[in-house]
Every structure is written in C-alpha cells, then in structure tokens.
Design a protein around this ligand. Sequence first.
Ligand SMILES: [Zn+2]
Length: 401
Amino acid sequence: MLSDVFRRWPAVAAATVLTFAGIASPAWAQTTKSLPSPESVFGFPVGADYKLFTYDQSIDYFKRLAAASNRIRLITVGKTSFGKPWTAAIISSPANLARLDQIRAVNMRLAHPQGLTDSAARRLAAQGRAIVDISGGLHASEIAGSQQDIVVNWCRARDASPGQPVPPMELYQKYVGHDNNRDSYMLNVIESRVIQRTWREWEPDIIYVQHQSSPFPTRIWLPPFADPVGLRVPPIMAREVNAIGTRIAEELDGNGQPGAVSQLETYDAWYPGYIDYMPMYQNIAAWWTETQGGNCATPRTTTVDSLPPAYRDLRPTSLYVSPWAEGKWGLRDAVDYMVTADLATLNYAAKFKSELLYNRRATRSHNSVRVRRTRTSFRRISTTPWLPPSCSSAWRSWECA
Ligand SMILES: [Zn+2]
C-alpha cells in the first residue's frame, strides 16, 4: 500500500481517492514496474516549477494507471456543475478489490448499526477494512493536490505575459466560488450532493481533504483544531482526528519536513457547513490540512529576516516544535508534504483498523445522535440520509434538484 505510485497520487487526484487499509500487500512490487510514470505522461515531473497539467490530463493518467494495475479501479460517481464526469479511484490490494461489495457491506452495517449487537459489531470490525477517502483538493486555486482547468489556464496566461495585468480568475466553482466549502449543511451545490451521496454509498471511516493555505511561515497546518470546536461532535471522533493530526506531524518531522503546526487562531471547527468537518457528526473521523503556497507553481525563497517578527527567533512552541526557517519552497515541496500526510493517515488506518470500524458503531449511542433526531435544525446533517422534499426516497434522488 505504501507504494511509489501512491506517492505520486495526490498531485494528480481528480476528485476522490478511496483506499482500504488493514492488510499487507506482498505482491505490490510485481505490479509497479509496468506502471506509467507521471513524467512519461505529462512530460515533466509532478510539482516541477511553473509546470501544470489540465484536468483531462490528470484523468487520462488515472486511466492509464487503472489499465496497467490490478490495484486501482475507477468509478464515476456523478457529474460536476459543468457537466464533466466525476471520477473516483479505488486503490487497494487485488484481494480486497475482488470482494469490494462485501467490504462495503460490512462498512455500511457498522455505519447504520440499528439492531447490531456489540459482539457482532466487534466481529464485523475485525473482518472489515478501513475505507479512507482522500480528496486532493476542494479549492481550485490550491494546486498541489489537484489541478483544474480554470486555474491552470489563468496561470499559463499570467506566466505568458510577465509584468502585464491579467484579468481576474474566473469563478472556479459555479455560482459559489470558494464557498463550495460552506455548503455542507444545506447542499445547494451539485458537487456537495454528489459528495454526500458517494459518502453515504461507501461510508468511509476517514475523510481527509487537502487545502493549501497554511499561515506563513508555517509549512502545513493540521489538527488539533483551534477552539471553538463543534458542539456535540462525538468525542471519540474528535480524539481520533487529534491523534491522526499528531501522527502526521510526527511523520513529517521524521522525514525532515519541518514547519507543521496545529491550532493557531486560524482554523477552528465551529462552523458545521465545512464539507471536511461535517462528517464528524456522522461518526466519521474528518478533517483537512492546509499546506503552504499555491501560486501557480511559482517557487518562493524566503529568509529568516523576512519572517513575521513573532517567528524570527525560531523558538519552538508546543504545537510548532520544528519552526520553518528559510529557503526555497516550490510546488514539489507542497506535494511532498501532502504525500507524507496521506501516508501517515493510511498508516494510522492500517494500525487501528478495527478500532476505526468499531467506533463507527460505538459512537452511535452518543448524545449527539439522539439530539439530532429530535431537533429539526439538525435534520440535514443527521446520520440518516436527508432528501430534498421534491425528491423520491431513492438514493440517487440526491441529484434530482
Ligand atoms: Zn482550500
């Protein structure tokens, strides 16, 4: 699972990557030799300075991977507001992919455990696999996780005319722009509905969305969140997210990638409309990270003298223990930090697979679920699917409005 190809994955992720954690994959080395490298398809290394690829190129690369590997399966989960097919990649061992329906059924049962005894839940948790959903990007201007046409075209126009004024970037999410991550409690946007339906069809145990706005000079912001955190979030989910965030930071430092920070005053978890936090109310460990710098793959070099005054003495603090000092930072650095975060997440899911699955069931007895069942204001974020009034009861009707 911890493969070379996965190391390249976040930079070409089109939408969603579902992976399964919990078993070793001894045959992996036999399949990697024939896989196409990103360089062979794009013509340059992923993350190279000033180099971006289009959405269609990234999808094409995924198709080539799926054709060459028995560990990747592509599925179409819907269409975007622009009418483009929405692709998700499922990555796991051939043995897991061969029994995908069974794995999914186990996960669905634990996520909807009415009538399930404790002993049965523990047995299912032992049999199942953790489903980890990693989204390469939510905001198109944040390009280390995925690269979208509108932003790529704008960057190319900017770089083609140095020093010349460039028109403002086209709104990259139809109607709502950056606020596509404010829609999760009301689901006005087609993309929000596609994501929520897909999650209800798979019930991932972890949802991790990558962003790219770490406060300067920090290199990556990650949980624990700043206060205030969401009311009535199941405490076990919050603990899991805190633990995973800390594991990511530890693996970054182990890799010689300094500058991970948590909390600060920037990213609290109060607002229930974040698509990458709302799943906490559905008993899913969900969070986001913010890696430094998008800026059209343009590298930036800074010195200690250019840091904000509060950071110039490079004094470690409890949640910023390896301050970033100075040097060049390019798109490839952001990609590498995100890949480390992905692998740390998968490591956690593999080591604590049974706990992750069992906790989906265990937290259903928490007060938050009972509260949501009795308060109409929480209907749309309840653990049972909410459907628009004009739709039928079919799952697919999430897209009907
Ligand atoms: Zn973002």
